[in-house]
Design a protein around this ligand. Structure first.
Ligand code: AMP
Ligand code: GLY
Length: 419
């Protein structure tokens, strides 16, 4: 098989690497990819994920068997619809189905209609009305811009003042543009977070092993929200009973609901959940793999990833099997300043000292001497496995300490919530 992957981050590095590990796969191309991927034999293609026509032309020219979409933006821009219209196979939701991620308001509508447990909420477009509601509810309370805002459109307000300031930013001062023109105000859910991802095809779902991301920039969950600073899988403090119940009461009803709404979903459905005292509740749905969850979930897949996608696209029953023993843990190394302004062009360290970890690249480029330099907020991730979570954690941090991480930072407590 020849496969094309759309995207350029650490998630896509992990996806492409896992595809390439299959003996059924001849070549994996990633558009636009990043130069760090080349060390694993992945071929990068200089076409933007926004240029659907050029991607379609490339897929035809190279006789690509099928395409896999990593990030949400091309999905919401209808890349799946465009490939299908051109007669090409592609794995990911259509634009209509991807709205489960594209609009928090639409996601809430589906959850209410199909009795999927989630935080109580109200949607507002008017600042004064929102302010009155928030004042009545009190803090802590959660304020979310309706559209995509790269993980930055969510404010978990600990005080009423913070909540009102967030409403003002979004509804009055338009700091999030169109994304913040509608705001979802949500009940604060207390409990540990976990990510439950599934391969989905219409009403059929094949769940993955659960993971826990770390969204805040600094240790002890302090600092601003980011795309994710590290993750591990599985999550021992979340019981199998809670996961099984979440599959039955959240994932399957969501897939079924989308079919009933005429928005049948084929792709990766990501349920972001909080384990509350009353069971798991949804904080968000994504229409794609998570980053950095993918980098630590895919290494736990023991069956053939490329065959799973090929089978689903051809209407066959896929074989989906996971490691039963041990843990995988990954730590993101980000540019100083991320998620706000950061510098680019800082030289990356020599990774040849790594003893136990694999490195997956994200925001990297090559300088004029062909050396890897930083080129984005999240730069790379180191991942390792252990028979215990402590062991996986110790291996990654031992490797990180050997690297020269000048100009970058990482959290030192990934996985600690489980220990
Ligand atoms: P989201 O973009 O919806 O995933 O939200 C970003 C982060 O905000 C989540 O990962 C949670 O840590 C936090 N969060 C979102 N909604 C809630 C909620 N209702 N209660 C508590 N924390 C939340
Ligand atoms: N790691 C969270 C996300 O991919 O949305």
């Amino acid at each position: 098989m020849k496969i094309l992957v759309i995207g350029s981050g650490g998630r896509e590095h992990a996806i492409a690497k896992k595809f390439l590990a299959s003996n059924k796969v001849e070549a994996v191309f990633v558009a636009k990819g990043n130069v760090g991927m080349k060390k694993d034999g992945i071929q990068i293609v200089d076409i933007s994920e926004e240029n659907h026509a050029a991607l379609i032309e490339f897929a035809k020219e190279q006789a690509i068997d099928w395409t896999f979409v990593g990030p949400e933006i091309p999905l919401l821009n209808g890349i799946v619809d465009d490939f299908q219209a051109a007669g090409l196979k592609i794995y990911g939701p259509t634009k209509r189905a991807a709205l489960i991620e594209g609009s928090k308001d639409f996601a809430k509508e589906i959850m209410n209609k199909y009795n999927i447990p989630t935080a109580n909420h109200q949607t507002f477009t008017d600042y004064e009305e929102a302010k009155a509601y928030v004042t009545e509810q009190g803090a802590p309370i959660v304020i979310k811009a309706d559209g995509l805002a790269a993980g930055k459109g969510v404010v978990v307000a600990e005080t009423l003042e913070q909540a009102i300031a967030a409403l003002k930013d979004m509804l009055e001062d338009n700091k999030f543009g169109e994304s913040g023109a509608r705001v979802v105000v949500e009940e604060f859910l207390d409990g540990q977070e976990f990510s439950l991802l599934s391969f989905v095809d219409g009403e059929k779902v094949w769940p993955m092993v659960i993971a826990q991301d770390h969204k805040r920039a600094y240790d002890n969950d302090e600092g601003p929200n980011t795309g994710g600073m590290g993750a591990y899988a599985p999550v021992p403090q979340i019981s199998q009973e809670m996961v099984d119940k979440a599959i039955e009461t959240i994932v399957k009803p969501a897939a079924r609901g989308l079919v009933r709404e005429g928005r049948s979903f084929t792709g990766i459905l990501y349920a972001g959940l909080i384990a509350t005292k009353e069971g798991a509740k949804v904080i968000e749905f994504n229409a794609r793999f998570g980053d950095p969850e993918t980098q630590i979930v895919l290494p736990r897949l023991t069956s053939d990833f490329a065959s799973i996608i090929d089978d689903i696209l051809n209407g066959n029953e896929p074989i989906v099997e996971w490691k039963k023993e041990g843990y995988t843990l990954g730590v993101v190394v980000a540019a100083d300043g991320y998620p706000a302004e950061y510098e680019k062009g800082v030289l990356l360290p020599d990774f040849s000292t790594l003893e136990n970890s694999e490195v997956l690249f994200a925001g990297v480029a090559e300088n004029s001497e062909g050396k890897l330099v930083t080129n984005g907020g999240r730069v790379y991730l180191l991942a390792s496995e252990g028979t215990t979570l402590e062991e996986a954690q110790a291996k990654v941090y031992a490797d990180l300490e050997k690297l020269d991480t000048t100009g970058t930072f990482y959290r030192s407590d990934i996985g600690s919530k489980a220990l």
